[in-house]
Ligand binder design. Structure first.
Ligand code: ADP
Ligand code: F6P
Length: 537
């Protein structure tokens, strides 16, 4: 078995982690005889970001086992190590009906559109909710039964929102619990209309530390705690006081394994592949987009904007080619095949209207790529067009910059992507709700001078190379294990948004906030035995 990817080793001394997410980190592919033929990383930002984490830390990844149980009596828990998976995993089994209610239903037809504020797609069904609770409880049982003294428990994303509080009821208070929310957090008006909002917020508040990608998501959450649960969120900015506990909230924009992308981009054969990609497409300018095929990614709106571009600027015809890599995802959720059909119809129309000779304006690919192939595409693209309608962060934007070791390339970025908070200043930012602006943004990128491109890409790259998986991981683990009062940067981020929305008195909040007056969930024990200094088990 080959190792599935290139990882950069870290010399930071990380603790033992029990990391839990819905999505499994790797899929093991077997041949007809049941022999392991290869091991592929699961698609999506969460696994891209977190696989390197478990490469660096000692630990176990707990996730859903996507093969439905064939009978109710099958083993609910499966441990796996080997078969090319670089770290131990524990898989939590689900019954077929639970996959429908929990994953397809509550996660993908209620929470996903709710968090991205696509309200027409929110389907809040009671049976979905019941399965969601059952599965979250099962995850909590599995984690509780496998966690060793002083393990750091780190729960990821909206699928497991109830797990932090469920863990609190099951484990030794010495355990520190973190939760990271990888998608946007809706504002109070939107969340309030959702039937189970109180249970969801209380579920997350079981954690000692909660991380969000942007100030907006964090302050939305804080506001929800205040208005919907009556928590004290003001006496100590950045800490939510509930009962006798305090939970800290921090803005921790996720980074990518930037060194690894840069190393791949520097390989001669990858650069040759990039040249081949351009030759094969035979265009002067190549614009690339890479997404899961999800309605939040703005693929349909992008195709429409490109159509408008070719209609209005005939000089682009025959010169500019758009390549869209869109891997189908969540195919059992009705909104997804419906969206795919619309996207494909729009692409056909666009190609029919403007294609001529052997020039195809829009090339559409749906297959997953190996990382080397992806990087070759990043290197081949004059412009990366990353324009979701809403997106927690968007790692593709950072991966593109990390891969551009040649210092060239332009990033067109939607201001609705979380990544705009870190990269927006040096990207060409567009508002996906305004087609005219998108067309202008793409044109601007295509016509940008070499010196401006180099300047912008240089700045983008220095952000991406600085804010990496390692720095993100270290900040998040510090928040969980050694919580400190919010520093000036955090306060500025959290308070600015809160003020804009609430108009409350800015004078009350200052850098160097007072020490917490409440215990965190496990603070008294943690003082005696900080997890970072945990003895070997
Ligand atoms: P999301 O978390 O919503 O899926 P992100 O942009 O944050 O969105 O992350 C997507 C991840 O999936 C990135 O790491 C990207 O490299 C990877 N990815 C997307 N499309 C492909 C593809 N066709 N082949 C391989 N990896 C892909
Ligand atoms: O990054 C957001 C996210 O929802 C992850 O939690 C998830 O793993 C990824 O997108 C891909 O979605 P899914 O796991 O449903 O295939």
């Amino acid at each position: 078995m080959n190792r599935p990817d290139v990882y950069v080793q870290s010399d930071i001394d990380f603790p033992r982690l029990l990391l839990a997410s819905n999505r499994e980190p790797f899929r093991v592919i077997r041949d007809a005889n049941g022999e392991v033929s290869r091991c592929e990383r699961s698609m999506g930002g969460l696994t891209s970001a977190l696989c390197p984490v478990l490469e660096r830390c000692d630990g176990v990844w707990v996730s859903w086992n996507p093969n439905a149980l064939s009978t109710d009596d099958d083993d609910l828990i499966r441990e796996q190590h080997g078969d090319g998976i670089p770290f131990p995993t524990i898989q939590v089994g689900l019954r077929k009906s639970e996959i429908k209610g929990y994953y397809n239903g509550f996660c993908n037809r209620a929470l996903w559109p709710l968090c991205h504020t696509v309200l027409r797609c929110v389907t809040p069904r009671l049976d979905y909710w019941q399965d969601f609770r059952t599965v979250n409880d099962r995850f909590a049982d599995v984690i509780a039964s496998r966690s060793k003294k002083y393990d750091v428990l780190w729960i990821h994303d909206y699928h497991l929102m109830l797990v932090p509080a469920a863990m609190r009821r099951r484990i030794d208070p010495r355990h520190r619990i973190g939760y990271f929310h990888h998608v946007p957090f809706p504002n109070v008006r939107v969340l309030k209309a959702f039937p189970w909002h109180r249970q969801l917020i209380k579920g997350i508040l079981g954690a000692d530390a909660i991380g969000f990608h942007t100030p907006e998501y964090a302050s939305n959450f804080i506001e929800c705690c205040q208005e919907l649960l009556g928590c004290d969120t003001r006496s100590e900015p950045g800490t939510i006081h509930h009962g006798k506990y305090g939970t800290i909230v921090r803005v921790r924009p996720i980074g990518v394994d930037a060194q690894s992308f840069a190393m791949i981009a520097n390989q001669r054969d990858v650069q040759d592949d990039a040249i081949q990609i351009r030759r094969k497409i035979r265009c002067e300018r190549l614009v690339l987009s890479v997404d899961r095929l999800d309605y939040t990614k703005g693929i349909l709106e992008r195709v429409e904007a490109i159509r408008a571009l070719f209609a209005r600027i005939p000089q682009c015809r025959g010169i500019v080619t758009f390549v869209q890599v869109a891997v189908p995802t969540r195919t059992d959720v009705p909104e997804y095949p419906q969206y795919r059909a619309k996207v494909e119809a729009a692409i056909d129309e666009l190609n029919g209207e403007f294609g001529h000779g052997d020039w195809k304006p829009f090339i559409y690919r749906t297959e997953p790529m190996k990382r080397r192939e992806l990087v070759a595409h990043y290197l081949a693209a004059d412009v990366a067009c990353i324009t979701p309608l809403a997106d927690g962060m968007n790692l593709v934007a950072s991966e593109y910059c990390a891969s551009r070791t040649d210092g060239d390339g332009v990033l067109v970025l939607s201001s609705q992507a979380g990544a705009a908070t870190t990269l927006g200043e040096h990207a060409v930012c567009v508002d996906m709700r305004k087609q005219e602006g998108v067309v202008t943004g793409i044109l601007r990128a295509l016509t940008m001078s070499e010196s401006e491109r180099a300047l912008r890409m240089g700045r983008l790259r220095s952000i991406v190379m600085k804010n990496t998986t390692d720095t993100w991981l270290k900040s998040c683990l510090d928040d969980i294990m050694h919580p400190e009062p919010a520093d000036a940067e955090q306060l500025a981020a959290l308070v600015k948004i809160g003020h804009a929305r609430q108009g409350h008195d800015g004078g009350r909040v200052r850098a160097g906030a007072p020490k917490s007056r409440h215990a965190t969930h496990s603070s008294s024990m943690a003082k005696r035995a900080p997890a970072g200094n945990a003895p070997p088990h």
